[in-house]
Design a protein around this ligand. Structure first.
Ligand code: ZN
Length: 285
């Protein structure tokens, strides 16, 4: 039983504001520890329910996707971290050998109100990301990519908003709501020590459910995918010129880029390019 855990930071227990999840924040070192401990709780639950292998992949685009504390992470797992991963960064360890995906510390999609630090891939650049006409967040992209491999989403941890968004497309997935978002940067939080007990139980329940065959791969979206990204700051001249030269991108208007992709590996890479490619100093994806 091989379990894949994607761990992000915005949905970690106790964290509510951007300064909690960026290097300059006064609580960033503590936030990294809380992220590591939420992850450990999920790992513990997975092994207690029969996992034989746990792959953890870092999903938070700060510090080249190296946020977990490596000397405190459960030594039974393996961790994929660092920028420049081949394929769709943040999904490098996801393949058909995985039995279930757990999303730990994830967040609501761009435009969610409330929703702690809600965004899709790039908070700074994207106003919204739509797939076949509907608004999507990062969990949707994971669910689709995992579905291409026949792998289900089993669990999400974070606020009530991401929980509802994941269960809307994967009703079999468990949800551990560690905080109730009151806005995009304020929440009523369950203290991390108690939240971790809930995460461990939720993870164990999800792995048990997946072992019983009761979690289904998400396959409702048919490839090829039509993706539209609305840019917050418009499309600059250089980016517009590059997009014009690439067949899978189409500039639809001054703020919107259309993308076609035959699978979500390519879809994710093209979305990430819009957010992080073609910009000096940004190597997050
Ligand atoms: Zn993040």
């Amino acid at each position: 039983m091989k379990v894949f855990i994607s761990v992000d930071m915005e949905g970690i227990s106790g964290l509510v504001r951007w300064n909690d999840v960026v290097t300059r924040g006064i609580d960033y070192p503590l936030a990294r520890k809380l992220m590591t401990l939420d992850t450990n709780a999920a790992i513990e639950g997975a092994f207690s329910a029969g996992a034989t292998e746990v792959i953890v992949e870092e999903n938070h685009g700060i510090e080249d996707l190296c946020n977990l504390l490596m000397d405190e992470i459960d030594p039974r797992c393996e961790v994929i971290r660092g920028a420049g991963r081949p394929g769709s960064t943040t999904m490098a360890g996801l393949d058909e050998s995985i039995d279930v995906v757990l999303l730990v510390g994830h967040h609501g999609r761009a435009g969610s109100r409330p929703g702690i630090m809600a965004h899709t891939v790039s908070y700074g650049e994207f106003r919204s990301v739509r797939l076949n006409g509907r608004e999507v967040g990062e969990p949707d992209l994971f669910a689709i990519r995992a579905g291409e491999f026949g792998v289900p989403i089993g669990l999400v941890t974070g606020d009530q908003v991401v929980a509802e968004q994941v269960q809307a497309i994967c009703p079999w997935a468990g949800a551990v709501i560690v905080k109730t978002a009151l806005s995009n940067v304020a929440a009523r939080c369950i203290p991390p020590a108690r939240a971790r007990v809930m995460i461990e139980q939720g993870s164990a329940a999800a792995v048990s459910k997946a072992r019983a065959g009761a979690c289904l791969p998400y396959t409702a979206e048919a490839a090829p995918y039509q993706i539209e990204v609305t840019m917050k700051n418009g499309i600059g001249e250089a980016l517009a010129a590059n997009l014009k030269a690439m067949a899978d991108f189409e500039v639809l208007d001054q703020q919107t880029v259309g993308i076609t992709a035959s699978d979500m590996d390519l879809g994710f890479r093209r979305i990430a390019y819009l957010g992080y490619g073609n910009r000096a100093g940004l190597t997050r994806y």
